[in-house]
Design a protein around this ligand. Structure first.
Ligand SMILES: C[S@@+](CC[C@H](N)C(=O)[O-])C[C@H]1O[C@@H](n2cnc3c(N)ncnc32)[C@H](O)[C@@H]1O
Length: 182
């Protein structure tokens, strides 16, 4: 009985350690580590994208879900967050459940590079400079013309933003316009 309990405890500990390792290292390796967008910047990002109730917003690397939650709560949009960190996925799902937003907001646990984005009408990103560069061909392949892409802090090098708030470091791109050769 004692041996079974020890094996069980070791097993639980291993699972917990694996989750912590995935949480810390996986996002870092595949895209960007976690830094939350300030509430003020979230407001500006959604305003700049002119999010409305017709929109399907994707936040790529959704962290604690603050952008998707605000898009659904304030603008009544449908929103999808894709997040690699299991703890932030659990946290954001809890928030969404408590706020009764499950009908409008979905969080997917996984690598944003492995998910189809074609239904999005607005995409928000706060990743790293090199991750934005890696993301460009996927956005060009999958997003419909007219889809708004808002990037916080980092630009998409080579694309022309249609709106910039330099002080807030927010860049708005429109597919079909911003990604055309100059
Ligand atoms: C800088 S944080 C931004 C979080 C949130 N979007 C916000 O604005 O508060 C970047 C987030 O992207 C996640 N992430 C990075 N690379 C990813 C990938 N390839 N797939 C899914 N999530 C990723 C990280 O775990 C982290 O939570």
């Amino acid at each position: 009985m004692f041996t079974v309990s020890v094996i069980f405890l070791v097993f639980i500990l291993l699972i917990a350690l694996s989750l912590v390792a995935i949480s810390i290292f996986w996002p870092y390796i595949i895209g960007a580590s976690w830094t939350p967008t300030s509430r003020r910047a979230v407001k500006k990002i959604l305003e700049m994208a002119e999010v409305n109730a017709e929109d399907i917003l994707y936040d790529l690397g959704s962290g604690d879900g603050r952008i998707v939650v605000e898009a659904a709560r304030k603008y009544n949009a449908m929103a999808v967050g894709i997040e690699a960190d299991p703890f932030r996925v659990i946290w954001s799902k809890l928030v969404i459940m408590i706020l009764r937003l499950r009908g409008r907001v979905k969080i997917i646990w996984g690598n944003l590079f492995n998910h189809d984005l074609s239904e999005a009408t607005v995409v928000t990103v706060f990743l790293w400079k090199k991750t934005n560069q890696r993301l460009k061909p996927k956005l060009q392949r999958e997003l419909k013309p007219g889809t708004r892409v808002v990037s916080y802090v980092w630009t998409f090098k080579g694309w022309k933003p249609v709106k910039v708030d330099r002080k807030a470091e927010i860049y708005l791109y429109v597919m079909g316009q911003s990604d055309q050769p100059l």
